[in-house]
Every structure is written in C-alpha cells, then in structure tokens.
Design a protein around this ligand. Structure first.
Ligand code: ADP
Ligand code: MG
Ligand code: MG
Length: 251
C-alpha cells in the first residue's frame, strides 16, 4: 500500500539533511508505528509524504498503491487516498464543520472523477459515522475547531478521517501533549477505522498510545533512518529501557 524506498530529504532553505534513506512498507490493513527520539525525523517524514513545502527529496521514492506520491500535489495526494492527521488542527472561524467536511469530501470525489454527494446523502452518512464514533451531533454545526477542547479536536480529526475514507492514514501524535483521554480517543478512532483496504502509520514519541492501538509492526527511527523493526514488543522495550539500548545495539 505505502512503499517508501531509500528516501533522502534535505531542508530546502539550508543544506541540512534530515532523512537519510528511509525504507518502509505499510501493507494493506496493517497498522505500523514509528517511534524514536526527538529530532530523529519522524515529523519530517509525515510532512514529506503529505507534500508540505520546504523539503527537498534528493533520493528515493514513495508510492501509494503503486502511484508516485512525490510527483503529486497536495490535493492529488488526498484524492489518491492519503490522509494526514495534523498535530495542531487549524481553526476556521465562520465555516461550519459540516460544510467544511462536505466540501472536503466532494473535492476529493471530484478529483477522483466521482459524482458529488448530495446534501441529503451527506447528512445521512455523516450522522451515521458520528454516531459510530460517539461524536455529538452538536459538534457538526459548530465552526471548524473553534473553541474545541483538545479532545473535541481529536474527535473531529477522527471524523474527518472517517468521512474521507482514506487508503492510508498518517497520524503524527508526537509530543503533542495528548492526555490519557485524548489518547484513548485517537486509539478508539484508529481501531474503529482499521480494515482491509486501509493502512495506518502512527507516529508517536510515547509507548502509551500503542497500548490502546496494538500496532502490527513497530519501527524505531533515529538520525533520519529506520534502525530497527519488530512487533509490539519493541514498543515495550522502549517503554522499559528507553532508546539508549536499541541505539547502542544498532550503532
Ligand atoms: P521528530 O519529529 O522525530 O522529533 P523532526 O522531523 O521534527 O523530528 O526533526 C528532525 C530534525 O530536522 C531536527 O533536527 C529538526 O530540528 C530538523 N528540522 C525539521 N524541520 C526543520 C525546519 N523546517 N527547519 C529547521 N530544522 C528542521
Ligand atoms: Mg520533535
Ligand atoms: Mg515530531
């Protein structure tokens, strides 16, 4: 599903290399986690995959379902089925959440050459999904993220993800100060949306999130590369011993 090969990335502004040959394949239906010390390049990887400006790919490739992600602009990536959950969701005063989501869904449909969802159909779908995810219908009417609590923003992010039905979801939850409740929300959302035809890449600094998500595969990133890959037990090893042991072992 997502195939990253030998990805090298530098900052555009200065000659600073951040990713040094990332190799990573996330298979259909699987949840992969990336952990790693601060500054190892985890967020940069998610930014590059999402098409954020300021980064230059100097080598390597990233494919989504066989299509060249790096050759696409941001909208094309979304249409191809990539979803990035932002660490700091934007507030959009004056735009109702429902309107925002409908616009996003229809823009994606249009880019895929599909027919737009009618207002009635959209309402039916969003109500059903909100109910599944235990999201209060009241939140749908409020302006996007304005005055939302941390937990509500997380809920909204999961709802966006559910509505866009992406093939590949990337969540960067690194050091964003997730409290236990917000962490559970994210985990419940991921678990609810886990299915064939969809992969997840969950980036986190802390093991705690992975207690709730139970990843299929755990990768450790250091100095811009994946240095170790294993099962969920690898996250526990980090929890118990920190990164020092693993980093010494692979050095
Ligand atoms: P992580 O998410 O693993 O903590 P980041 O991807 O945020 O790591 O950062 C990796 C390294 O790249 C760090 O040394 C960081 O300071 C640097 N870096 C990332 N983006 C920028 C930027 N726009 N300007 C300067 N340095 C950056
Ligand atoms: Mg960081
Ligand atoms: Mg980060």
């Amino acid at each position: 599903m997502l195939e990253i090969k030998n990805l090298h990335v530098e900052l555009e502004e200065e000659d600073k290399r951040i990713l040094n040959g990332v190799d990573l394949t996330v298979e259909d239906g699987k949840v992969h986690a990336i952990m790693g010390p601060n500054g190892s390049g985890k967020s940069t990887l998610s930014y590059v995959l999402s098409g954020k400006d300021g980064y230059e790919v100097t080598e390597g490739q990233a494919m989504l379902d066989g299509a060249d992600l790096l050759a696409m602009d941001v909208e094309e990536r979304a249409a191809a089925g990539l979803f990035l959950a932002f660490q700091y969701p934007v507030e959009i005063p004056g735009v109702g959440n429902m309107t925002f989501l409908r616009t996003a869904v229809n823009a994606q449909r249009k880019a895929r050459g599909e027919e737009e969802m009618s207002a009635g159909e959209f309402l039916k779908v969003i109500r059903a999904k909100a109910k599944d995810l235990k999201i209060d219908a009241d939140m749908l009417k409020r302006p996007v993220n304005v005055g939302f609590s941390g937990g509500e923003k997380k809920r909204n992010e999961i709802l966006q993800m559910a509505m866009l039905e992406p093939k590949m979801c990337i969540l960067d939850e690194t050091d964003s100060g997730l409290d236990v409740d917000a962490m559970k929300l994210v985990a419940d959302g991921v678990n609810a949306l886990r299915e064939e035809g969809r992969g997840f890449l969950v980036i986190t600094h802390y093991q705690r999130l992975l207690n709730h998500i139970k990843p299929d595969v755990v990768h450790i990133m250091a100095e811009g590369r994946i240095v170790k890959t294993g099962g969920p037990e690898l996250a526990l090893e980090v929890e118990n011993n920190g990164y020092a042991g693993i980093l010494a072992e692979v050095a």
